[in-house]
Structures are given as structure tokens and as C-alpha cells.
Design a protein. Structure first.
Length: 148
């Protein structure tokens, strides 16, 4: 995997240039002359260790459609599952059967199931495990935009 430069950290986290360099110094990093690089894994570890979701943001719940698409499903915690299904309503029921707390559909992010990988890549730094992602500011914004 290609090491990340400061501009990549700025784009991923939405922080200022000086803050990006501060974060990079706190991560395991590599120097090439005056240039600093960090791996995605190192940055993800730093995020997990140094950030805590304050209070899980309120997100609207939606009625699950019986059509294909890329969905965002959430339990009561600070994580959301981004997945795809041929029938979102049926998939929500399947997930609910294997999950100990109530799940709700918070957004249909795309009607095109092929967009799932694009969204997983876009929010890779927020990935907790599998298709579950930490609710970062950019992800919350994407969900609210899709729900509008």
C-alpha cells in the first residue's frame, strides 16, 4: 500500500495542514528527506486510539425499500454498516436476526449496487471491521445527504 502524504491525510480527515502534520508525527511514520509519510494502517490505529465518538449523532431512520441498492444500517452504537442488497428490506430482516440490538436503515446511499466498493474505499479510515464503519463527520454528512 502506498504511504500517505500530508495532502492525503488532509483529504481523508478534513483537517488543516498543520493538524495533519501533528497527527502524522504521532503515528508511525517514515521520512524521505523533509517529506513525511504514514501508512493507512498507522493512521487508522491512531484514530482508534485517540478519538472517541462523543455521542452517536442522530440520524433519520427510513422505511426499507424492497429494491436493490447500497444501504447504511445502524444499531444504537457509533457504527454503521455499509452494504448492498438486491432487496434492502429483506437484508435488514436477515441482519436483525443475527444482531442483539435493534437495527434501522438510515440511508439508501445509492441505487447502484456497484457503488458499495467506492463507498468502502472512500471511508476506509473509518472501517471498524468488515462492512462496519465508525461514524465520522464525512460519513455522517454522506448519510444525511442521501437521506435528504
Amino acid at each position: 500500500m502506498t504511504p500517505m502524504r500530508a495532502k492525503d491525510v488532509i483529504a481523508e480527515l478534513g483537517v488543516s495542514k498543520s493538524r495533519a502534520y501533528e497527527i502524522m508525527r504521532e503515528c508511525s511514520h517514515v521520512r524521505f528527506g523533509r517529506s513525511v509519510r504514514v501508512s493507512r494502517e498507522s493512521l487508522a490505529r491512531w484514530l482508534a486510539e485517540n478519538t472517541t465518538p462523543a455521542q452517536a449523532p442522530e440520524l433519520p431512520s427510513r422505511v426499507a425499500p424492497s429494491k436493490p441498492g447500497v444501504y447504511a444500517i445502524r444499531g444504537s452504537g457509533p457504527f454503521v454498516k455499509i452494504g448492498r442488497a438486491d432487496n434492502i428490506r429483506r437484508r435488514l430482516r436477515q441482519l436483525q436476526g443475527a444482531h442483539p440490538e435493534p437495527l434501522t436503515l438510515v440511508a439508501v446511499l445509492s441505487q447502484n449496487p456497484d457503488d458499495e466498493k467506492l463507498l468502502h474505499d472512500r471511508f476506509a479510515l473509518l472501517r471498524q471491521r468488515g462492512e462496519w464503519f465508525r461514524l465520522g463527520a464525512q460519513l455522517v454528512e454522506a448519510i444525511r445527504g442521501a437521506s435528504a
